[in-house]
Every structure is written in structure tokens, then in C-alpha cells.
Design a protein around this ligand. Structure first.
Ligand SMILES: Cc1cc2nc3c(=O)[nH]c(=O)nc-3n(C[C@H](O)[C@H](O)[C@H](O)COP(=O)(O)OP(=O)(O)OC[C@H]3O[C@@H](n4cnc5c(N)ncnc54)[C@H](O)[C@@H]3O)c2cc1C
Length: 508
């Protein structure tokens, strides 16, 4: 098309693919450069023998049409052909004394259950349940990028969503650890501490349970790989191009305007807009040489904590586990012998048992995964000595299996596949800062600072993905791609278009 404006996108993870789809829907000529050999970034699956290892997806917010976010997944072609599973339990915790705690996904069931188990914590729990109920009632507007909000949009948001905004403000100041410390029941305390990283703000648990209750955070059957393949297909169907094995080493600027990229093979490509969907640190400090920063960016990169890197274990087991209740994230189990991973010692581990997804294992068999946080520096140093690195991976998998057999003794001779990923795997395959698996941790401090999708004094350049959306996850990553194309349309004086198929067009 003559005079068609062009966009280069760096990275074919969730956010890059999303930006690509919306760029194509809006008549831009887009090209994604991806350093790896496939799309997805951290949202990926890989084959080991007859098993299909799900590396990311546990729940997808917006899986049902009762929240506005759902529209985006339809536009991205992500879920139309997927069977979605909504579990009744988020997490089942077992302690050494054999007691059990279940985070039910139905709020009324959870409320009754917690009151029965821990009547001594009624006051705190009532407050917590009340907040979830408020989040169930409301839904954030996602149709329009907040950067384009005018006074009217802002006032409308405050007017219509006031109770939710108040609860969000209150709970974003409290960490999971601080809330757990107020609880008297040791079992309940342990359950909250095992829900997610304890430094995260309580809002993360509250909104997650609200979505779970609404049954709009389902698991798309097939896991990460099948999910991403659908979005990649949608992008290609819209006319987009992806160049694999194409690592960008430099963003070319001219007169403080981003005009192109240079790959590691020296080739240069030029476009009207450049969007980086790659790691934030590499984008700002390496590809752009640290030239476009301000106090806010410096503060973020010096003080924010990333989600830690992880040691990911996958086992293929010749056992159906059909008697076990399925859960969103798994079974949180005590380790008989604490598991040392790098400099982190784990007393407990959450094990996901995919007895609900037959696409991940041959019939009658099950994929089991577990990921545990660890420190990047340990693995970075160890990686210099390949023999020691490989030996440590084996040692950890063996120690993990030893612990697992204490809970499932009948599988001792049924483990037929084992695999792992270390922080170096995440670093090498996705370029994420310190091997992080999900961008910035949503701590109370981080929740106070809004991260811009532009850089100071640099024109025609945007950043998307989990390094500009604190808390990360697939919905914010995809939404940031959508929002940035709205911003570009705005700059170009175009009306933003999005549609589910070529015949159905939704205009904002
Ligand atoms: C174990 C695990 C469980 C998770 N569970 C969930 C869940 O249940 N629900 C949920 O919503 N989210 C979950 N997440 C988080 C979610 O997967 C991520 O937040 C999201 O996929 C991030 O997408 P992104 O596009 O921002 O970044 P990335 O996935 O990191 O994509 C960046 C892409 O850029 C490429 N790239 C980097 N540098 C360059 C370069 N120089 N040149 C070219 N290409 C480059 C990378 O190869 C990569 O493909 C989970 C993540 C993990 C690891």
C-alpha cells in the first residue's frame, strides 16, 4: 500500500505479538524481529519425549465474556478454539502435621471454610472477603489506553469505580507477609504466605480471587504453546511478518527520533515507529545506550525488585492422578529435606499436576511441574563451569524427586521424563533482566510509581510488556501492545480499529 506507515517491533512475546496484531488491524506495515526460533518469550511450551511441557500458563484473566478484557483475547484470536478449564481450588496446602488448607475459587465457599477453620481470624478475614466482593462487582475499563484519558474519562472512572479504587488503594499498601503476620491461625498464615511471593501487595491476591470467583481466569487447554501459536497465527493472518533468529543489538536514532534497528549480524532496518517488546533493561541501557533516561527511570531500575528468577522442574509420570482434585496452581507441599536452590532454601514447594490437560501427556500419564525462586547471580557464576552447572541441575532434580516421593510413594518407578530450566535458560532464551520470569514485582513501593511506555526526549518510540506493567502477566503484556497502537493511531490522527474477524469491526 502506498504511503503505508511502518512499525518495527522487537520481540515476539505476548506483548510484541499483540502490538503486531493491532498494528496490522490499523493499516500499519509491521515487522517483528525475534532473537529466538519461535514466538512466546516466557509464555512457551516445549517437547520432551511424548510430553508437552507447559512453561507458563496457569490462568488467563479475561477468559470469560463477563469482563471487558475478554474482547481483547477474541481480537487476538487467542481463545476462540480453546477449551477453558475453571478449577474449584486455587491452591491446596498440606502441612507436616497432615493438615490441609484449600483456597477455594468460589468466594462463598472460601469464606465459610476459612471461618470454620480459623474462627479466631474472623475480623481480618471479613475485611479481606469484603474487598474481594467489591472487586467482583466492578471491572476496569480496558477499551481505551489510560494515556489517552481526558478529564471526562478520569471523572467517569472515579465516579463509577470509586469503591474498587478505594479498596485498591487500601490493600496495595499492605504486603502479603504483613497481612499474614496479623493472622492467629498458623495454618491460615502459612496458606497466605504460600499463595504467591510474600513481598507482593495484598491487592494481587484479592483481584486474583475475584477473577477466580467470576470464573474468568480459566486455563486454556493446551497451555502456553497452543495459546501463543493461536496469536502468532492471527498476526500472520493479518499480514504481519516475523523474522526469527534476529537479535536486535541497537535501536537507531536520528535527531532524538527512533528510526530503525540494527541486528547482531550488522543488518539495519528502518521504520516510522519502533516498539520494544523486549526486556526493559536491555532496551534502555543497551540498545539505546542509556541516553534516554530521567530520574524516574533511574529510580525504577535501581530500586524496584523484579520477580525472582526460577528453577523450573518438569516430570513426566506414568500415572493418571485421576483421584486428585485439579487446582489452578497446584499442591503446596512440605519438603522433608529442605531443598537448596542456589542460595535459597525451600521448606515447601508448589507442584502442579496436569491431570486435567490430556494434551500435555500420553493417555494415562501426567505432566507435573514445579518452579522455585532462586538467585540469578549464583547461576550466572556456576554457568561459567558447564560440568558443575549440569551436575547442580541433576542434584536439584534428584533432591526434588526424593522429596516428592515422600508424598507420592507409588510413583517411584513411574517417572519417565525429567527436565529443568534455570535462570540462565530464562536469560539466554528471553533476555529477561536477571532471568526474571514476570517483570517487576508488585510490591507496595512499586505500585506507587506509574511506568511510562515512552522514554524522555525520544520520539516515535514505545516500550511494552511486563517491564512497563508492574506485576506482569499475559493480560497486561497484551493490553500494553494494544494500548501503544492506540497511542500511535492518536499521533497519526487515525481512529483506532480493532476487530475479531475481518467482517466484524469495533471502533472506539
Ligand atoms: C513459570 C511462569 C508462570 C506464569 N504464569 C502465568 C499465568 O498463569 N498467567 C499469566 O497471565 N502470566 C503468567 N506468567 C507471566 C507471563 O507469561 C509473562 O508476564 C508474559 O508472557 C510476558 O510477555 P512479554 O511480551 O512482556 O515478555 P517476554 O515473554 O519476555 O517476551 C520478550 C520477547 O522478546 C525477545 N527478545 C528479547 N530481547 C530481544 C532482542 N534484543 N532482539 C529480538 N528479540 C528479543 C525474547 O526472545 C522474547 O520472545 C508466567 C510466567 C512464567 C515464566
Amino acid at each position: 500500500m502506498a504511503n503505508q506507515k511502518s512499525i518495527i517491533i522487537i520481540g515476539a512475546g505476548m506483548s510484541g505479538l499483540s502490538a503486531g496484531c493491532y498494528a496490522q488491524m490499523n493499516g500499519f506495515d509491521s515487522m517483528i524481529f525475534e532473537m529466538g526460533d519461535h514466538a512466546g518469550g516466557v509464555c512457551t511450551s516445549w517437547k520432551r519425549g511424548d510430553y508437552n511441557i507447559n512453561g507458563s500458563m496457569h490462568w488467563l484473566v479475561g477468559s470469560a465474556p463477563n469482563v471487558k478484557m475478554h474482547q481483547m483475547w477474541l481480537e487476538l484470536g487467542a481463545i476462540q478454539d480453546k477449551m477453558l478449564v475453571n478449577h474449584d481450588i486455587f491452591l491446596t496446602l498440606k502441612n507436616v502435621a497432615g493438615q490441609e488448607f484449600k483456597f477455594y475459587t468460589n468466594l462463598f465457599q472460601l469464606e465459610k471454610y476459612i471461618h470454620e477453620i480459623a474462627p479466631e481470624d474472623k475480623e481480618e478475614i471479613d475485611d479481606f472477603i469484603k474487598a474481594i466482593k467489591v472487586f467482583i462487582e466492578y471491572d476496569l475499563p480496558t477499551e481505551k489506553a489510560q494515556e489517552l484519558f481526558g478529564l471526562f474519562d478520569g471523572l467517569k472512572l472515579i465516579f463509577t469505580e470509586f469503591p474498587m479504587l478505594m479498596e485498591a488503594m487500601k490493600w496495595s499498601k499492605i504486603t502479603i507477609a504483613e497481612f499474614a503476620a496479623k493472622l492467629k491461625s498458623p495454618l491460615l498464615q502459612k496458606a497466605f504466605l504460600s499463595f504467591w511471593h510474600p513481598e507482593m501487595s495484598m491487592t494481587t491476591i484479592i483481584v486474583t480471587l475475584a477473577w477466580m470467583h467470576k470464573r474468568t481466569a480459566g486455563y486454556p487447554m493446551g497451555g502456553s504453546g497452543a495459546f501463543i501459536e493461536s496469536v502468532e497465527e492471527r498476526y500472520k493472518h493479518l499480514g504481519g511478518n516475523i523474522a526469527y533468529h534476529s537479535k536486535v543489538e541497537k535501536i537507531i536514532t536520528y535527531d532524538d527520533t527512533a528510526v530503525g534497528v540494527q541486528l547482531t549480524n550488522g543488518r539495519q532496518y528502518f521504520a516510522d515507529y519502533i516498539i520494544s517488546a523486549a526486556d526493559g533493561y536491555n532496551t534502555i541501557f543497551k540498545m539505546l545506550g542509556g541516553k534516554y533516561i530521567d530520574e524516574n527511570i533511574t529510580k525504577i531500575y535501581q530500586t524496584f525488585k523484579p520477580f525472582p528468577s526460577i528453577f523450573f522442574i518438569a516430570l513426566g509420570i506414568d500415572e493418571s492422578f485421576e483421584e486428585l482434585e485439579s487446582t489452578v496452581v497446584g499442591y503446596n507441599l512440605p519438603m522433608k529435606q529442605p531443598l537448596k536452590i542456589g542460595n535459597t532454601v525451600h521448606e515447601r514447594a508448589t507442584v502442579q499436576i496436569y491431570n486435567f490437560d490430556p494434551t500435555l501427556a500420553p493417555e494415562g500419564k501426567t505432566l507435573m511441574t514445579c518452579f522455585l525462586s532462586t538467585d540469578y547471580q549464583f547461576w550466572h557464576s556456576l554457568y561459567q563451569n558447564k560440568a558443575l552447572y549440569e551436575a547442580e541441575k541433576d542434584r536439584i532434580i534428584n533432591d526434588f524427586i526424593h522429596n516428592l516421593l515422600a508424598h507420592f510413594p507409588h510413583i517411584s518407578d513411574k517417572i519417565e521424563m525429567q527436565d529443568c530450566a534455570t535462570p540462565m535458560t530464562y536469560n539466554n532464551y528471553t533476555g529477561n533482566y536477571q532471568g526474571s520470569y514476570e517483570g517487576w514485582l508488585p510490591t507496595p513501593e512499586a505500585s506507587k510509581i506509574h511506568i511510562k511506555k515512552t522514554l524522555p526526549n525520544l520520539h516515535h518510540f514505545f516500550m511494552i510488556g511486563h517491564w512497563v506493567e508492574t506485576g506482569g502477566g499475559l493480560p497486561p503484556a497484551a493490553m500494553s501492545g494494544r494500548n501503544v497502537v492506540q497511542l500511535i493511531c492518536h499521533q497519526e490522527g487515525r481512529k483506532f480499529k480493532s476487530y475479531i474477524s475481518s467482517v466484524e469491526a469495533v471502533m472506539i
